[in-house]
Design a protein around this ligand. Sequence first.
Ligand code: NAP
Length: 349
Amino acid sequence: MSHATTSADLLRQNVALDSFNTLRLPARAAWFAAVDNVDGLRAILDDPRIQGLPRLVIGGGSNLVLTGDFPGLVLHVAFHGRTRVQEDAEAFYIRAGGGENWHDFVRWTLEMGWPGLENLSLIPGTVGAAPVQNIGAYGLEMAEYFYSLRAYDLETGKTVGFDKRDCAFGYRDSFFKQAGKGRYLIAAVTFRLPKKWKPVTGYVDVSRELEAQGIAAPTPLQLSDAVIAVRRRKLPDPAEIGNAGSFFKNPVVSAEDHARLAAAHPGLPSYPQADGRMKLAAGWLIEQAGWKGRRLGPVGCYEKQALVLVNHGGATGADVLAASVAVRLDVRARFGVDLEAEPVFVGSA
Ligand code: NAP
């Protein structure tokens, strides 16, 4: 006899979230459910036991700082599947479930002969989380190849489609971090990968890696391999040491502020923006402020890349918060620049 999914099958109480956040911070969810289909999700949201409680949607938990137990319902996105949905003269349209691992998805597209996402290789997290902060690396942002997504509106209970414009992508930013924050569960994302491929090799780490390997005209897989090699050298593997990737956004300052800073700090790396402002490298500012490899309690700046905060073992969300505030204060004191955290802080501490 078939048995319809009920929320009683899916909802769990008092669940440890340690393995659902890559900083490996200890926290518990009052209620927890892994969801892999809309009917199951509806059943959960109708359950009388969780009405009125706050909700938190998590994917890989790689951009999350849990500062305490979560008193509501955590929805772990487990929508799977990846497929080519369409092809026209110019592009392939590739869809993946929100719960798919991002890196595995990228490698699969490359192996299938649909290049474009190679610079975003090895970024931790899931496909569904990628549009939330418009992940980017080595001169490429996900928004460039984003086509559309399907999300579940937790307020209205309806499934909604978003095209690129609806998502309001910005630098590590989107509608889902702003007005739409906390409201949607991203079930599937479609990418438009142009058949005419152009490698993005402008970032010095990547071009040096290709040069070292003697590759002048890389294939998409070779470019992906080069990005992987660079990332492995510089960035901590969350499977080995807890971290949430870059902890601070690169600040963008006015041309006047940049001129003042550059005069006072020779060697200041900066990159002109389309609007005339200048992007600074947060990692460099933090390193100059003396934080590379330095610790405050169990949390520190990674010794090979100061922009990454790492949990050396036993840290709580409060420890991460304390270290991030200390770094921000020192950078502000030395450069007069305010750093903004990239991960989302959630919890009660
Ligand atoms: P890096 O090469 O040490 O460079 C420092 C910063 O300078 C980067 O953040 C990058 O800004 C900027 N930059 C470098 N070359 C540039 C160029 N040719 N044109 C414009 N801007 C340039 O950086 P990294 O820390 O090793 O990271 C490498 C890439 O991976 C960066 O794109 C970074 O954003 C990305 N990444 C992201 C995360 C994350 O959690 N979000 C974690 C690790 C790495 P942009 O950040 O704007 O590219």
